[in-house]
Design a protein around this ligand. Structure first.
Ligand code: EZ4
Ligand code: CO
Length: 403
């Protein structure tokens, strides 16, 4: 079998998605996701100009060799754009391998370790009351794990709470980044009140999560972790920008609130110290950004040695294709923790027909050969690329801050 064509399809059925389709001389094809939110076209160029020409004529069954060829062979290793391109190719090659073997991807990986994959959904409100209601609605839909975000008194919409955030196309419609405002001191005192209210209302059974989105310093994160201990969070996510890995030692010395990190990581090298020193409890790398099935499997196996559990990033900008790949890995991976799942619009489900299924708070990858996700190219073509960005963030005095 030989690769005959590598097509790159860009569409925007509500958000931009970059999808690769690898065709072969035997008529079997594979699909992969290469979306990097806000920088989509750089992955398109990387794939079209620098990767596709290298793959024509190659044997698609040699997934590991092609992965190494693209990783080592680029000389310029790692980075979000390179790794998203490798991820897209890798995912498509695993899809082809599954179709050739007539097996779902999770079977190729070693088979199911569980019956279903627990997910967490998102709930948010501008006030505590609204956020508590939103969590209740998700609980009624069957979710057993919910990430809760709340607006902060005295600040306009902040991360995860309003139109200007990352919900749907909210922050992205103007084709220029929306600007949000942040105050750590206002935030720190308010968040424990949200979780106190959530525990009062819903009791102890529900898994509650919170995403700090890289806003704090290590000592601030240590304080927040301590203040949240009575409410037994499933995790506190991204408390500190991940560039400062040593900072997590300080957080660890102070709090037993579990820590999740790594949605923007691309390789094991971004996470090695954090995992080896057991500075985190959950590793958030995802198939589209961390080297596809091959890259993610390697990171997760390494994490398993240190009892760090998996938690693939899975908001709406991780396309239904990568979600499919994630859910196969989740069903297999021995050290599974949880899968993020914020859901998709009806149109996105139509553009990307998929075998994976949702049942309340759980997903299953389905039994279709490969990862079981396709793209309807005719429909996708009706929704061309639109320039769009995630928001940026400033302190109240105008200083640029982490988003
Ligand atoms: O803000 O995916 O845990 N999930 C997240 C996401 C991210 C967006 C950025 O692309 O933090 O909602
Ligand atoms: Co996050």
């Amino acid at each position: 079998m030989k690769i005959t064509d590598v097509k790159v399809i860009v569409c925007s059925p509500g958000r931009n998605f970059v999808t690769v389709k690898i065709l072969t001389d035997e008529g079997i094809y594979g699909i992969g996701d290469g979306t990097v939110n806000g920088r989509e076209l750089s992955v398109v160029s990387y794939l079209q100009d620098h990767v596709a020409p290298l793959l024509i004529g190659r044997d698609p069954s040699r997934i590991e060799d092609i992965w190494q060829y693209l990783y080592r062979g680029a000389y310029w290793r790692r980075g979000p754009i390179t790794m998203a391109a490798i991820s897209a190719i890798d995912m498509a090659l695993w899809d082809i391998k599954g179709k050739v073997a007539n097996m779902p991807l999770y079977q190729l990986l070693g088979g199911a370790s569980r019956e279903k994959v627990m997910v967490y959904s998102h709930a948010q409100g501008m006030t505590i009351e609204e956020a508590v209601d939103a969590v209740g609605k998700k609980r009624d839909e069957g979710y057993v794990a919910i990430r809760a975000q709340v607006g902060i008194p005295g600040l306009p919409a902040i991360y995860g709470t309003g139109k200007g955030s990352d919900q749907g196309k909210g922050g992205m419609v103007d084709a220029l980044p929306n600007e949000e405002v942040w105050s750590t001191s206002k935030y720190m005192g308010h968040i424990p009140k949200l979780f106190a209210s959530l525990r009062d209302t819903y009791g102890d059974d529900l898994h509650l999560l919170h995403d700090t989105h890289h806003r704090l310093t290590p000592i601030e994160a240590a304080r927040l972790g301590k203040d949240l201990e009575p409410f037994r969070l499933f995790w506190l996510e991204d408390p500190v920008p991940a560039e400062l890995q040593e900072g997590y030692r300080l957080i660890r010395q102070h709090t037993t609130t579990p820590i999740a990190l790594g949605e923007i990581f691309n390789t094991i090298w971004d996470a090695k110290l954090l995992i080896e020193e057991q500075l985190i409890d959950y590793i958030r790398t995802t198939s589209v950004h961390a080297g596809g099935v091959t890259g993610l499997r390697r990171i997760f196996d390494f994490a398993s040695i240190y009892h760090v559990r998996t938690a693939c990033h899975g908001p709406m900008d991780v396309s239904p294709v990568a979600m499919g790949a994630n859910v196969h890995i989740d069903l297999w991976v021995p050290n599974f923790g949880i899968q993020e799942f914020s859901g998709y619009t009806p149109l996105m489900h139509e553009v990307f027909p998929h075998a994976w299924k949702q049942d309340g708070g759980y997903l299953h990858p389905g039994e279709a050969p490969g990862h079981g996700v396709d793209i309807d190219e005719t429909l996708a073509a009706k929704y061309p690329y639109e320039r769009a960005y995630l928001p940026v963030n400033r302190l109240e005095d105008g200083t640029i801050w982490h988003w």
